[in-house]
Design a protein. Structure first.
Length: 485
């Protein structure tokens, strides 16, 4: 009798649950979304819009590594053994028998992307196609097409490419609402890991708003859906088949940790890439840093919040409005700033010319400033003048140290002048400079800012030598370079 009563009770409970779900279809859909029996239909729906992207580019100039040692003496870097190099004869004999290493070679890579318009527009990562001489897109039927770059945005690592002469029956995916997705929701990642086309992996959203040091506007979705090399640029989709993220990065030292650019960020970037080929962003003109618990106490705050102004760039809206170093920005145009990383994204999304209000804490009191956001200048290209608009005869590009550069080059220093680029074949390259070198002195004069560097270099005569003391990977060394005639 007890068993029969228990069975009857289970049947009644099941019937009641069925009636409740029938009466509330949203609850029923949610219950199904939490525990789908299969992802087969979703995979069939999404896969035709996912493409394999292969690129080819020509890499010029000496590479770091073998060529640095086996290249001709004029191009080899300074020997760690000093002038009495014990392997000099070996290097000379190597060059005699094998000749100089090639000056250029072809580099090929694979990535993923997905079609967002039947006209053949494809979203992918900027790092997948950056610098490519040729781009090929392979569809599900193994048909391959040429493609061209429509626009790209290094700051968010997004790019838009156009398939040349696309077929008429292309399947396209739509961008969903990444703000609506929750931690724990199911997602599928589709792409071409290690060149294995149209691989589908399943997982959940593990976290939102991740900052991993990839760029100034980091705001990644984290997922445990398997993402590997080759997945870059592929879609991360929800159970409706909407793209909620663009798979971008992995944590090399971990398993089940991948990162995707939120679709809502792409919604602000892709239309500009389609129309202008680049992204126009707003700028205040401040360099900010995180308010740590220790800093919060020193400023008399009960808790860490806002963005601490570490530097105000001259001639910018922030300087003209009266914002100062040491101010803590706690509100931008009516939106509270809880964490430092929120401010750059908000400012960037503001159209240049927009009038905004900025609320700061200064000496424990609130002050409000009104200013017009200006356009963020594009990063200088390799052949552009050095910072400050001066000519750069050495082929050396330098910038004031900030948190982004420290993360990029894995430096512990928080101040100083860092080398961000060394032009191929330049005097600086021949002297052995590398990106990430921290310039400490020039001819015995201490260097703290780019302004110091420019003043010292401006006094040097052509044909003279400049002696640099640089810090590299925690160690200091001297480099000498002749000022070109």
């Amino acid at each position: 009798m007890k068993r029969r009563s228990k069975a009857v009770g289970v049947l009644i409970l099941w019937a009641a649950l069925s009636l409740m779900l029938a009466a509330h279809p949203q609850a029923s859909a949610r219950a199904g979304a939490l525990a789908p029996e299969t992802f087969a239909d979703l995979a069939k729906k999404v896969s035709p819009a996912v493409v394999n992207i292969s690129t080819e580019k020509t890499v010029k100039g000496p590479s770091s590594g073998v060529r640095d040692f086996f290249g001709p003496p004029s191009r080899r870097g300074p020997s760690p053994f000093g002038p009495e190099e014990p392997f000099k004869d070996f290097f000379d004999q190597f060059e005699k028998f094998f000749g100089e290493m090639p000056k250029s070679f072809k580099s090929r890579s694979l990535g993923s992307g997905f079609i967002i318009d039947p006209s053949g527009l494809v979203i992918t990562n900027n790092h997948v196609i950056e610098g490519a001489d040729k781009i090929k897109v392979k569809l599900t039927g193994e048909k391959e097409y040429q493609a061209t770059v429509k626009g790209r945005d290094p700051k968010t690592d997004l790019a838009l490419i156009q398939i040349t002469n696309p077929p008429k029956d292309l399947t396209a995916l739509s961008l969903g609402d990444s703000d609506a997705i929750q931690v724990g929701d199911w997602v599928l990642a589709v792409g071409n890991p290690f060149g294995l086309s149209h691989t589908v992996t399943q997982g959940i959203i593990s976290a939102k708003g991740r900052v991993i040091g990839a760029g100034p506007y980091d705001n990644f979705l984290q997922t445990d859906a398997s993402i590997n090399p080759g997945n870059s640029g592929g879609p991360l989709v929800n159970l409706k088949g909407e793209v909620v993220g663009i798979n971008t990065a992995i944590l090399a030292s971990g398993q089940g940790i991948g990162f995707a650019t939120p679709s809502n960020m792409a919604k602000g970037v892709i239309p500009q890439l389609k129309e202008k080929g680049k992204v126009i962003r707003g700028m205040l003109g401040v360099q900010v840093q995180t308010v740590t618990p220790e800093l919060a106490k020193s400023f008399g705050l009960s808790e860490p919040k806002g963005a601490l102004v570490a530097e105000v760039n001259p001639g910018t809206p922030a300087e003209k409005a009266g914002i100062q170093r040491g101010d803590i920005i706690v509100e931008f145009n009516g939106h509270p700033i809880h964490e430092m990383n929120e401010l750059p994204r908000m400012v960037a999304d503001t159209a240049p010319g927009t009038q905004v209000t900025v609320k700061v804490l200064r000496d424990g009191k609130e002050k409000t400033f009104k200013l017009a956001v200006t356009e963020l200048a594009e990063e200088r290209q390799p052949q552009a003048p050095a910072e400050g608009g001066e000519e750069n005869p050495l082929g050396l590009r330098v910038r004031n140290m900030d948190s982004n550069l420290a993360q990029r080059f894995r430096l512990k220093d928080t101040k100083g002048v860092v080398v961000v680029q060394v032009d191929d074949g330049s005097a600086a390259a021949d002297a052995g400079f590398r990106p990430g070198d921290l310039i400490v002195e020039v001819n015995g004069h201490h260097v703290e800012k780019v302004k110091d560097y420019q003043e010292i270099m401006g006094k040097l005569k052509k044909g003279s030598y400049a002696r640099f003391l640089v810090k590299r990977q925690g160690k200091t060394l001297y480099l000498s370079v002749e000022i070109p005639q």
